[in-house]
Design a protein around this ligand. Structure first.
Ligand code: CUA
Length: 220
């Protein structure tokens, strides 16, 4: 009943927007519910009522104005999510049936595949259907760009805590970005129905301090 805690500024804004939209939804539901309920107890009948210009104007324009309070913040977020703020690291992720492969083209051309760990090989502290053999390591507190594509069918690179969801489409290169404001592990899953094992191609990001990231890069 809600969203995962955010780990990035944009996801925080998305949660604020979700709560804002929900509040407006509750107000509309309560008002309309009250009006419909009260109709049951209404005995007034006006057989000669044929038109009511004023009330028609009010109940047309008022909902339109209310919708603007959702439309403008939504538009603001849409453009904010597409902004690329001079990224310091670029990660390329390629969707395959059914695993992800990653490329760090900025550095020593590091590339590797990332498969889900099957349940029977999982360690006791592992997350079933969510842990992978090779994690993505990325620095926290820096702007990161990801390029997403696919090799066979459409996949979707999705990480709820970071507010990232991009389709990987064969023959196209999609771009998005995020900023992780704390260290830790961030989990995601493919969210484009991509075949029999669609549910079994998770994503794990290891968010680490910058010096640790440099160490990881130089050891690869
Ligand atoms: Cu890849 Cu669903």
């Amino acid at each position: 009943l809600g969203l995962q805690d955010s780990a990035s500024p944009l996801m925080e804004q998305l949660i604020f927007f979700h709560d804002h939209a929900l509040l407006i939804l509750v107000m509309i539901t309560v008002l309309v519910g009250y009006l419909m309920f009260m109709l049951f107890f209404n005995n007034y009948v006006n057989r000669f009522l044929l038109h009511g210009q004023l009330i028609e104007m009010i109940w047309t324009i008022l909902p339109a104005i209310i919708l603007l309070f959702i439309a403008f913040p939504s538009l603001r977020l849409l453009y904010l999510l597409d902004e690329i703020n001079e990224p310091s690291v670029t990660l390329k992720s390629i969707g395959h049936q059914w695993y992800w492969s990653y490329e760090y083209s900025d550095f020593n051309n590091i590339e590797f595949d990332s498969y889900m760990i099957p349940t029977n090989e999982l360690s006791t502290d592992g997350f079933r259907l969510l842990d992978v053999d090779n994690r993505i390591v990325l620095p926290m507190n820096s702007q990161i760009r990801i390029l997403v594509t696919a090799a066979d069918v459409i996949h979707s690179w999705t990480i709820p805590a970071l507010g990232v969801k991009v389709d990987g489409t064969p023959g196209r290169l999609n771009q998005t970005n995020f900023f992780m404001n704390r260290p830790g592990l961030f989990y995601g899953q493919c969210s484009e129905i991509c075949g029999a094992n669609h549910s079994f191609m998770p994503i794990v990001i290891e968010s680490v301090p910058t010096n640790y990231f440099i160490k990881w890069i130089s050891n690869n």
